[in-house]
Ligand binder design. Structure first.
Ligand code: NAI
Length: 463
């Protein structure tokens, strides 16, 4: 059997690339060793965590916000096994959907784990397939922390995968790392009644994010019951009798401290995954950080072998991988293939959501750029008040002379959806005035984006 393209890995990067390759008339196969398609994102990442975030958000609303809206009575009790079944059903619908897409587009699913014996060959099990092109989309895995042994089966020290399958809701949970995973899954368990303490090495949550958002975000999460130990490096976790002791060293000095926990979630980042592919033998070059090195068209140093997604450099985000998947398909089909890395949104799916795109105020100032910042609080947004979610703001950054939009950060209701208005504006090189002059339906959260754009000019109306 021979192919035009074999894609290794059926996560968002791989399966999207496969569909695009097939649409472009290339004979395509995808290799996946998991029992279901969709990779980390659909099986143990983005999708299951969103199902749990949704379910626990409903609980939080019932417990904290129903009574004031005149919805009285007993709050729902939690059936944790049923909640996990709901999550599994959502996973099943999504992974099944990808299988359907593969069939619809006549893409062969080669079941098993791939290796690349030589350029132009992919081996899966005992079979070797010939192919003109190979796209490595093998993704990433949680990175380990020295002194911390993750054992998802025991359910005491877990990573993001184990945190989706805990046998019971812990009373005390310590989350190591105040990044996206730590805050999303920490929120889930806090809403389920766990006492959640997040230990973070840096002095702010979500390192690299807009500073105003970091401050507001942490305050809101504290209001929701999460506790933070900032500026503290976790050095080890000991387990004994079904419990854990997390020891950390405060950065400012002093003695190491210890916190007890029933469950410890290690959320200190992810690393590229390319085990068993045979990259060494093939002579594929890696970056200093262990990512597969590629050129601007996702080609590795071995002709006919490309790589995309978490296994190469750039943010480890499903949508970045998808964009690269489509673009590399275009390149293989002889078309242009383009990803605008300056306009890749980042979203944290807590309540409120946090969404960012483009450059931060600090980064632009550090570059010496002349900028203006328009900020608008959801307190001035009628819709946000009507649904009791007026915490947060939209911050829009534009070039002071040209008014061109350079970036944005939103913390507030549906921020992850609203950010795309700004993405489109940036893609088109729009000015803040372009957004300000665009009629926005009332009452919507999106009016806050327009108000932030107005604040870049003569001023917001409802501020
Ligand atoms: P992250 O890189 O976002 O955050 C890890 C945090 O751990 C950092 O704040 C770091 O300072 C801290 N840390 C590292 N070592 C530490 C130590 N010894 N003690 C205390 N703190 C320590 O990584 P995370 O949250 O694990 O996510 C991994 C990847 O998955 C990220 O690239 C993220 O973008 C992606 N992801 C994206 C989601 C989304 O888009 N909503 C959801 C989940 C994951």
């Amino acid at each position: 059997m021979s192919y035009d393209v074999i894609i290794i890995g059926a996560g968002p990067g791989g399966y999207v690339s496969a569909v695009r390759c097939a649409q472009l008339g290339l004979k395509t196969a995808i290799v996946e060793g998991r029992d279901t398609l969709g990779g980390t994102c659909l099986n143990v990442g983005c999708i299951p965590s969103k199902a749990l975030l949704h379910a626990t958000h409903q609980l939080h609303e019932a417990e904290h916000n129903f009574a004031k809206m005149g919805l009285k009575g007993k709050s729902p009790s939690v059936d944790w096994n049923q909640m996990k079944s709901y999550k599994d059903e959502v996973i099943g619908q999504n992974t099944g959907g990808i299988e359907f897409l593969m069939k619809k587009n006549k893409i062969d699913w080669l079941k098993g784990w791939a290796s690349i014996p030589a350029a132009g060959q992919v081996k899966v099990g005992d079979d070797t397939y010939a192919t003109k092109n190979i796209v490595i989309a093998s993704g990433s895995v949680p990175s380990s922390l020295p002194g911390v042994a993750v054992d998802n089966d025991k359910g005491i020290v877990v990573d993001s995968t184990g945190a989706l399958e805990l046998p019971k809701i812990p009373k005390k949970m310590v989350v190591i790392g105040a990044g996206v995973i730590g805050l999303e899954l920490g929120s889930v368990y806090a809403r389920l009644g766990a006492e959640v303490t997040v230990v973070e090495y840096m002095d702010a949550v979500c390192p690299g994010m807009d500073k105003d958002v970091q401050r507001a975000f942490k305050k809101i999460l504290e209001k929701q019951g999460l506790s933070f130990v900032m500026g503290a490096a976790v050095q080890g976790v000991e387990t004994k009798g079904g419990k854990a002791k997390v020891s950390y060293q405060p950065k400012k000095g002093g003695d190491a401290e210890v916190i007890d926990a029933d469950v410890v979630l290690v959320a200190t980042g992810r690393k590229p995954y390319a085990e068993g592919l045979g990259l060494d033998t093939l002579g594929i070059k890696l970056t200093e950080r262990g990512q597969i090195a590629t050129d601007a068209k996702w080609a590795t140093n071995v002709p006919g072998v490309y790589a995309i997604g978490d296994v190469i450099e750039g943010p480890m985000l499903a949508h970045k991988a998808e964009d690269e998947g489509m673009a590399v398909a275009d390149v293989i089909a002889g078309k242009h293939g383009h990803v605008n890395y300056g306009v890749i949104p980042g979203v944290v799916y807590t309540t409120p959501e946090v969404a960012t795109v483009g450059a931060t105020e600090d980064a632009l100032k550090a570059e010496g750029r002349n900028i203006k910042v328009g900020k608008f609080s959801f307190m001035g947004n009628g819709r946000a008040k009507a649904v009791g979610q007026a915490d947060g703001f939209v911050k829009l950054i534009a070039d002071k002379e040209t008014d061109r939009v350079l970036g944005a950060a939103i913390i507030g209701p549906a921020a992850g959806d609203m950010i795309h208005e700004i993405c489109v504006a940036m893609e088109f090189g729009a000015s803040a005035e372009d957004i300000a002059l665009t009629c926005h339906a009332h009452p919507t959260y999106s009016e806050a984006v327009r108000e932030a754009a107005l604040a870049c000019g003569d001023g917001a109306i409802h501020a």
